[in-house]
Design a protein around this ligand. Structure first.
Ligand SMILES: Nc1ncnc2c1ncn2[C@@H]1O[C@H](COP(=O)(O)OP(=O)(O)OP(=O)(O)O)[C@@H](O)[C@H]1O
Length: 203
């Protein structure tokens, strides 16, 4: 499996943000997207996740355009956005169950255990702390078998212990042939990631 973007340009509200961006990702590979505030990191991740159309260029999964073959691509990626996607009235376990079902899974116990969420399983998401919300969102990864993780600021609000835990999960995902594209302002200290600095393609 291969994910690629070709000659990508992004425009937001009539403003060209970046152009001429190309890269490819294969099994076991990860890209760390960097850049100043407003460089277009979140926009790029949303384009990669098929949530935002590029101004120009293409995005392909297994050499098929994701915008024309969106059904086949849906199960292949897991996007965790900057804004949390939790439903505040649902409990932690109900939220994870919802996303597990979206990816065709019913077991959420591993996901709860992996992010140490069992004590919070019956807590409504609306009253979680920022770090607990982030852990619940990341637990959605453990409840899916998507090969491509697309993560916007995955460690913001996490304390040292959970940053280390996330890093371990990410490395395990890559070691198992998974792929990841993530944007963080913080260096996670992962040697094998490739860096993509959007300041270099910003307009
Ligand atoms: N929904 C939107 N409508 C119009 N413009 C937008 C929208 N979302 C983002 N932008 C603009 O697009 C540009 C890129 O924003 P984006 O959020 O992708 O940057 P970023 O690199 O992720 O920034 P940060 O480091 O601050 O999170 C910014 O100038 C922003 O104002």
């Amino acid at each position: 499996m291969r994910f690629s973007v070709q000659n990508l340009a992004c425009q937001r509200a009539d403003q060209l943000i970046f152009e001429g961006l190309s890269f490819a990702l294969g099994p076991g590979e990860a890209i760390w997207v960097q850049g100043r505030n407003g460089a277009g990191k979140s926009s790029l991740l949303r384009i990669c996740a098929g949530l935002l159309r590029p101004h120009a260029g293409g995005v392909a999964w297994a050499d098929e355009d994701i915008f024309t073959e969106s059904d086949r691509y849906q199960g292949a990626f897991h996007y965790v956005g900057h804004q949390d996607a939790l439903k505040p009235a649902l409990t932690v376990s109900e939220n994870i169950k919802f996303w597990a079902a979206y990816h065709g899974h019913s077991d959420i116990e591993t996901a709860l255990a992996e992010f140490e969420l069992a004590p919070l399983r019956d807590t409504p998401a609306g009253i979680l702390s920022q770090g607990q919300k982030k852990r619940t969102n990341l637990a959605r990864l453990a409840a899916s078998s998507a090969p491509l993780w697309i993560l916007d600021e995955p460690v913001s609000a996490l304390d040292k212990h959970f940053i280390a835990l996330f890093k371990e999960k990410l490395l395990r995902h890559l070691a198992g042939g998974g792929m990841a594209i993530f944007a963080t302002h913080q260096d996670l200290g992962i040697d094998q990631v490739r860096r993509l600095n959007l300041d270099e393609v910003a307009v």
